[in-house]
Design a protein around this ligand. Sequence first.
Ligand code: ZN
Length: 263
Amino acid sequence: MRVRWPVWSALGAVAAGAAALVVGPPVWVVDRLAATFPGCLYRVKPHERLVALTLDDGPDERTTPLILAELRRHAARATFFLIGERVPGREALVRRMVDEGHELGNHFMHDRPAIRLSGEELARDLDQSHALLAPFARVRWARPGSGWYTRETVAAMSRKGYGCALGSVYPYDATIPSSAFAGRYILRNVRPGAVIVLHDGGGRGRRSARTLSTVLPELRRRGYRVVALSELALAESGPPLHRGSTGGGPRPTSTALPQRGSW
Ligand SMILES: [Zn+2]
């Protein structure tokens, strides 16, 4: 038994790790992160049974239509965080997102970690992407590439009139190639006011469409309405917990927040 104990112990640790991966961080961990690294929206406390759906890294002419079809089928709305350089040549698709009632978000000009950019590069990147998105709709939210941010990132977004948006239900879909896993993860961790993060584009976009085909009807069965980020933010009751402040817009942070990558 003395020999086996470390084996069982290690297996136990692996099982606990796997369980944590499926169950996700408890809400208080997300709130602690939001309070420790203020300036970004992670989730809200809504006065209705709402969740926000966000989709990063589009548009993609092959996979965005699959996602749009699922959203239409299940009367759901989403915020698409678009990569600026992917917009030229796909304008009709972006127009379709807006026409079908979805919101556009700015995911910067290129798919790269925002934290690696200097303040100047960051502002330019945000501006270039903004210029491509603004003709389609009012764009209120930006999401930093890879989900890492600093005081400067948030301040640069704020100066351009953007709120910083992260999320509270991140089903690892950029790294775990299983729509079944993503679906289970979302349904296990979703709460009123949650912000779900999925990805568009290539294989990830196809998986997201499959994930939504099972998740959206189940959310509806549970009494949730799936909305864009701005609608969720408007439905917030009480002081905004997600910004880690007592109110107002995004506030600066002093430290980089290590988020799970590939946003
Ligand atoms: Zn991304």
